[in-house]
Design a protein around this ligand. Structure first.
Ligand code: HPA
Length: 238
């Protein structure tokens, strides 16, 4: 037991998929794992361990935003021995040539958050290169297109004062492909605990253009390409 995860020691595999939504973790366990066993239900943040292609793997929700993923990632890495973590999430595209359902691998994550103001300078949260490279290769093998680039991990989904057109303009000018809310914290904590981490993201809406948004149901069910890419990548590291 850790403070927020009600699992026995050893109940979590060394490799884990971290969707934001705990119901998506349930969906992955039910549709992709053999013999899934639930290891957490504290706060409804479901976590499961099972096997995929003969490898023991886990999945658990991370919640929304950097405070939430920081709590779960810390306990998984520090207390449960997680060594490889792949976030799978949605993002809002900040580039007009990225469209709904496109996939992005986040090589780095800028942030408007104060969460990394623990450093005497500006920290640069980056993905594990081997994981990143493997995910690009695996997506290609599946015939899926994947963009690799920098994303913005924001504290805000709605506050236009912070995330409005003027600030977006600057992030876009300096190369941000999409906005989401977790990756900068995950990458930073992964380095702290010597863990490999990667974020794979599917575009669910556009921050800069007008595109039809994915419905909640579509969000739940239309992410299979990303889930397969993430699971196949994870399997090479466990
Ligand atoms: N902003 C932040 N996070 C997101 C978005 C967005 O537009 N879309 C999906 N996750």
């Amino acid at each position: 037991m850790s403070i927020h995860i009600g699992a026995e020691p050893g109940a979590v595999a060394s490799g884990i998929l971290l969707p934001g939504d705990p119901l998506r973790a349930k969906y992955i366990a039910e549709n992709y794992f053999e013999n899934p066993v639930q290891f957490n239900k504290v706060r409804g943040m479901y976590g499961f361990t099972g096997t995929y292609r003969g490898k023991r793997v886990s999945t658990m929700g991370s919640g929304m935003g950097m405070p939430s993923i920081s709590i779960y990632a810390t306990e998984l890495m520090r207390d449960y021995g997680v060594k490889t973590a792949i976030r799978i999430g949605t993002c809002g595209s900040m580039s007009l040539d990225l469209h709904i359902k496109d996939m992005i691998a986040a090589e780095g994550a800028s942030t408007d958050s104060d969460i990394n103001r623990i450093f005497p300078g500006t920290y640069c949260p980056v993905a594990d290169f081997d994981l990143l490279r493997a995910s690009v290769r695996i997506a290609k093998e599946k015939g899926l297109s994947m963009r690799v680039g920098m994303v913005l991990s924001s504290d805000c989904f709605y506050q236009e004062e912070l995330t409005g057109p003027r600030s977006n303009e600057l992030w876009i000018k300096y190369g941000a492909l999409a906005g989401e809310m977790e990756t900068a914290a995950l990458y930073t904590l992964a380095k702290k605990y010597g863990v490999r981490a990667l974020s794979l993201l599917t575009v669910s809406d556009s921050i800069v253009g007008k595109e039809a948004e994915l419905s909640a149901d579509e969000r739940q069910t239309s992410l299979d390409n990303m889930i397969c890419t993430a699971l196949d990548t994870l399997c090479e590291f466990v």
